[in-house]
Design a protein around this ligand. Structure first.
Ligand SMILES: *[C@@H]1O[C@H](CO)[C@@H](O)[C@H](O)[C@H]1NC(C)=O
Ligand SMILES: *[C@@H]1O[C@H](CO)[C@@H](O)[C@H](O)[C@H]1NC(C)=O
Ligand SMILES: *[C@@H]1O[C@H](CO)[C@@H](O)[C@H](O)[C@H]1NC(C)=O
Ligand SMILES: *[C@@H]1O[C@H](CO)[C@@H](O)[C@H](O)[C@H]1NC(C)=O
Ligand SMILES: *[C@@H]1O[C@H](CO)[C@@H](O)[C@H](O)[C@H]1NC(C)=O
Ligand SMILES: *[C@@H]1O[C@H](CO)[C@@H](O)[C@H](O)[C@H]1NC(C)=O
Length: 159
């Protein structure tokens, strides 16, 4: 399972790099993960994801460097957990721009079908954003640069 995911990541990598430049996030993308199982575009999960993104963006605008929140679905499987984190030395205005750019890029399809995945993680050189249909907030991963590896391992654990 783990090796499949890593393989999946490698075949998508050139494509992702290409579209990242187009999305204006330049070459700051360090690692990412998008789970292979997809939700449908008009699902409750997608509606909740857009709400989540608006919460993350507005809280970045309100000066937060880190914010995590949950948008609860009527059906538990539609609940979205999400967070962003700008590293300590990122200027406030840049942090706001990063969250806005990344959420817009994900929703507009700049990262392929990523916005339809139930488990998504992007780490750029100065900030990270993550969301999932399961709670991951207890995982202390605010500072490490090598999170993507532990995250790939963690994604194989059952809830
Ligand atoms: C993806 O969906 C298949 C079929 O429903 C399921 O067997 C598999 O466990 C799912 N994978 C993940 C990572 O949830
Ligand atoms: C931050 O997000 C919460 C939801 O988690 C939302 O209710 C609140 O309005 C947001 N705060 C700001 C300042 O936008
Ligand atoms: C934010 O994360 C903390 C753990 O770090 C968790 O206890 C809390 O429930 C989360 N908040 C929301 C709104 O999900
Ligand atoms: C909740 O979602 C699951 C998975 O999509 C579905 O199988 C189930 O029927 C849903 N339950 C309700 C009450 O809608
Ligand atoms: C999250 O989504 C995956 C893939 O569709 C699914 O296998 C899993 O059961 C979902 N988890 C929850 C808590 O709904
Ligand atoms: C996105 O998902 C659809 C439906 O599952 C699939 O047909 C399409 O090839 C996928 N596109 C990419 C870029 O992965």
């Amino acid at each position: 399972m783990a090796s499949f995911k890593i393989f999946y990541l490698f075949i998508l990598l050139p494509f992702i790099n290409l579209i990242t430049v187009k999305a204006g996030l330049d070459d700051g993308l360090r690692s990412f993960y998008c789970s292979e199982n997809l939700t449908t575009p008009n699902s409750a999960f997608q509606k909740n994801l857009r709400t989540l993104f608006s919460y993350l963006s507005s809280n970045a605008t309100a000066n937060k460097q880190y914010y995590n929140t949950t948008v609860a679905g009527r059906n538990h499987s539609d609940t979205v957990y999400g967070m962003f984190f700008c590293f300590g030395d990122v200027p406030r205005q840049l942090c706001i721009a990063r969250v806005a750019e990344a959420t817009k890029a994900i929703l507009s399809g700049s990262y392929g079908n990523c916005s339809l995945s139930t488990d998504v993680y992007f780490q750029y050189e100065d900030f990270k954003i993550r969301y999932s249909n399961r709670s991951f907030f207890s995982t202390p991963d605010l500072t490490s640069d090598s999170v993507s590896c532990s995250y790939l391992d963690g994604s194989n654990q059952k809830n």
